[in-house]
Design a protein around this ligand. Structure first.
Ligand code: GTR
Length: 328
């Protein structure tokens, strides 16, 4: 968090040229995606709402396209106060906040509505509390659709089709286990390195949602997208606890409200953007296939659940409570 120096601010006020209050805080915000991606648009809207409603007491600025570093690095920066806010995916968060690993269990949510129901309610608050203990204040939850596998070689219709293929996964051991159990090989790697690695054959595939598959240009080099829909991961607008500590109660309310409105906007944009991206990659010649027997993929995940619960008995109730939302 950068405070404008007293002299500098006083000079601006004296000059009468800029209507900045004496204690303006400039906030640095991290975004992995381009600015016209739903998350980029919503983060910019968040920044504008905060600047306007705090009358310039807080001036957030979003740095798009991961120019401030890759995700695991940005999570650390936020915890150290090097970043003030960010849009993080819960996938790479598990390494720092173990409770969020529950969200990385494959096929946990039945669909996106189920994810919303859970995250917007009391269970979501529990994840937010766990994040807060590690210095990450989650104010609202974004969509990131459902992730599916894609690769350079052939459609994946059954787990057997994963054999011999090397997939990039996000930085989380659960994803290595997931690909292993399905019969493929997994390599954790930064998002920014995936395009080149697919192009040069360092990896054969990766997994992501439609808008990321499109805007990362992975579809240009990986021509087979298979609708496995194995992960539905929430994302947050998160604020550094260091930054949050210095915010007045009045401004905390303004920032929280802006984050909730930005998430609403992101979710609306998400649905349209997913359909647009799907159509775009189809038009570009990507072969898209459905999975005839999703249960074959789901059943293969059972050992991951068993192992996870054995290692984290205190998190079993989270899984049970999420399953309970799927009963009716
Ligand atoms: C995207 C997500 C990013 C990042 C990326 C990845 O869907 O929005 O935050 O996690 O996937 O695969 O690294």
């Amino acid at each position: 968090m950068t405070k404008l120096t007293g002299t500098f601010t006083a000079a601006l006020i004296l000059a009468g040229s800029v209507a900045l209050p004496a204690t303006a805080e400039s906030w640095r915000g991290w975004n992995i995606h381009p600015e016209d991606y739903p998350n980029g648009v919503a983060l910019d809207a968040f920044a504008d709402m905060v600047a306007e409603r705090t009358e310039g007491r807080i001036e957030p600025e979003v740095y798009h396209n991961a120019v401030l570093g890759d995700q695991p690095d940005a999570i650390e920066q936020l915890r150290n106060g090097g970043l003030d806010f960010a849009n993080f995916n819960m996938g790479p968060m598990g390494e720092i906040v173990p409770a969020t690993n529950v969200l990385s269990l494959p096929f946990l949510f039945t669909d996106i509505d189920n994810m919303h129901e859970v995250m917007d309610g009391e269970i979501g608050d529990r994840f937010a509390d766990a994040l807060a203990e590690e210095g990450i204040i989650a104010l609202s939850w974004f969509d990131s659709g459902a992730r599916s596998f894609y690769n350079t070689d052939h459609p994946i219709a059954t787990p057997a089709d994963m054999e011999g293929l090397k997939f990039r996964v996000m930085n989380n051991d659960l994803y290595v286990q997931m690909v292993d159990e399905l019969g493929g090989n997994a390599t954790p790697m930064a998002y920014s390195e995936v395009y080149q690695s697919l192009r040069t054959g360092v990896i054969d595939g990766a997994e992501n949602n439609w808008p990321s598959f499109d805007t990362s240009n992975h579809f240009e080099v990986a021509g087979y997208y298979s609708n496995t829909n194995h992960l539905i991961l929430p994302e947050c607008i998160c604020i550094s606890a260091d930054t949050w500590e210095g915010v007045s109660d009045e401004d905390k309310e303004i920032v929280t409200q802006a984050a909730l409105e930005a998430a609403e906007q992101q979710r609306e944009l998400w649905a349209a953007s997913s359909e647009e991206s799907r159509q775009k990659v189809l038009d570009a010649g990507v072969e898209v296939n459905e999975v005839d027997d999703p249960a074959a993929f789901q059943d293969a995940m059972q050992p991951i659940y068993t192992k996870f619960i054995e290692a984290n008995p205190d998190l079993e109730s989270y899984i049970d409570d999420i399953r309970a939302t799927q009963q009716d």
